[in-house]
Design a protein around this ligand. Structure first.
Ligand SMILES: *Cc1c(COP(=O)(O)O)cnc(C)c1O
Length: 399
């Protein structure tokens, strides 16, 4: 006779639902672990004899499904098979890659104009692991090669193209050729472009990372990151580090990211269209001194961008008037565009780099990198172009 369970136990136990049809949409697997039918199945899964989920820090069906989609997007038409791991943030994607590929005594070579948090990570955290970072201008590849020859401990080149907020680009074909010659790993932050506009695996870049908080999600409602690679020999190591350092994502954020990805192409098309039209408008505005947009022929890296990207993206920056006070006044006068320290959302966002993202960069170094006191960064949204233009125009006219 089966023992009748108590009220208390019925509350506690899961009722296993017998699904007869699969869900049309990706379910959120809100579970820390997975249960086994018997000890033999457990042993087979733990020893890797059969595939199966164990614990959500290792893998989770919701997370895996989204990771597989991003891997397919990055590998698209590159002739490569890629794999991906979702992480808790863009920053944890970067730190997981550094921990995976480098060890004490190694040197990383990178550019001066990285995302602010990345520069801080390398200078304040990675340096304390005994890993040195050398910052170089990747526009001068001869100087880069000399640096590589002088430092045989350089094991990794870390790239960001286009870079924040001046949209400076690195020639991926040339830098990866150099890296291969010296057997150095290449890692790229592809956040600004997304795989829709730029697929670095075409140039054999080894690892791509994203802050999927930005364009990949597009709706500004979660923080997440992703590590993507096509190198089979790196797979085990990357997974081990993400699993053991615990930098993996969670099912809820993965699910939000999955929703965002469905509209990636139509969002990016509109971001590109609006940003290009706005760049042309700003270029001819008397209150604007300089416009940084890679879709403009006046941008120093327009040709590089045209070669390696399918579109010029939704990010631009421009100098308002001549002083910081004018730039600040301009931002305060905007009525539709929101001031927020993120980018890649569906709505237009403005930021003043000198007083926010680049506040801790010494003024002379900041100006040397093209980030003047009156520079304003815009993440151009997918609203109607006229509404974006009119808001910017009335704010410019009022200063
Ligand atoms: C936002 C951002 C990051 C950091 O990502 P988080 O998701 O905030 O951790 C890294 N690189 C770029 C280019 C970014 O814009």
């Amino acid at each position: 006779m089966t023992h009748k369970r108590s009220f208390r136990s019925i509350c506690v136990q899961e009722i296993k639902e017998n699904r007869t049809t699969p869900p049309h949409q990706l379910p959120i697997y809100a579970t820390s672990s997975f249960s086994f039918d018997d000890i033999d199945q457990s042993i087979d899964i733990f020893t890797g004899k059969t595939e199966g989920h164990v614990y959500s820090r290792y893998a989770n069906p919701t997370i895996d499904s989204v990771a597989r989609k991003i891997a397919a997007l990055e590998a698209y038409e590159t002739g490569k098979e890629a794999y991906a791991y979702l992480t808790s943030s863009g920053m944890s994607a970067i730190s997981s890659v550094v921990i995976s590929l480098l060890q004490e005594g190694d040197i990383m070579l990178t550019q001066g104009n990285l995302y602010g948090g990345t520069t801080e990570l390398f200078q304040k955290v990675v340096s304390s692991w005994g890993i040195q970072t050398i910052f170089k201008d990747f526009g001068d590849l001869e100087a880069v090669e000399t640096t590589i020859q002088e430092h045989p401990k350089i094991k990794m080149i870390y790239l960001e193209t286009p870079a924040n907020p001046t949209l400076a680009c690195v020639d991926l074909e040339r830098i990866t050729l150099l890296a291969r010659k010296y057997k150095i790993y290449t890692v790229i932050d592809n956040t600004f472009s997304t795989p829709y506009l730029q697929r670095p695996f075409q140039y054999d870049v080894d690892v791509v990372i994203h802050s999927s908080t930005k364009f990949l999600n597009g709706h500004g409602n979660s923080i997440s990151g992703v590590v993507v690679s096509w190198r089979p020999e790196l797979r085990k190591r990357l997974w081990e580090v993400i699993k053991l350092v615990g930098t993996n994502s969670n099912a809820w954020d993965a699910w939000l990211l999955n929703n965002g990805l469905k509209t990636l192409t139509i969002r990016m098309d509109k971001h590109c269209e609006n940003a290009l039209a706005l760049a042309h408008f700003l270029e001819n505005h008397p209150k604007v001194n300089k416009v940084n947009y890679i879709g403009l022929k006046s941008h120093a890296h327009h040709d590089i961008a045209t070669k390696q990207m399918k579109g010029y993206g939704g990010m631009l920056s421009f100098e308002v008037g001549g002083t910081m006070a004018q730039a600040k006044l301009f931002i305060n006068r905007l009525t539709m565009i929101t001031m927020a320290p993120t980018l890649g959302d569906v709505d237009s966002l403005v930021l003043h780099p000198a007083s926010s993202s680049h506040l801790n960069v010494p003024r002379d170094m900041r100006i040397l990198n093209g980030i003047s006191d009156n520079l304003v960064r815009l993440s151009v949204g997918i609203e109607d172009f006229d509404d974006i233009k009119n808001d910017i125009n009335q704010a410019l006219e009022s200063i």
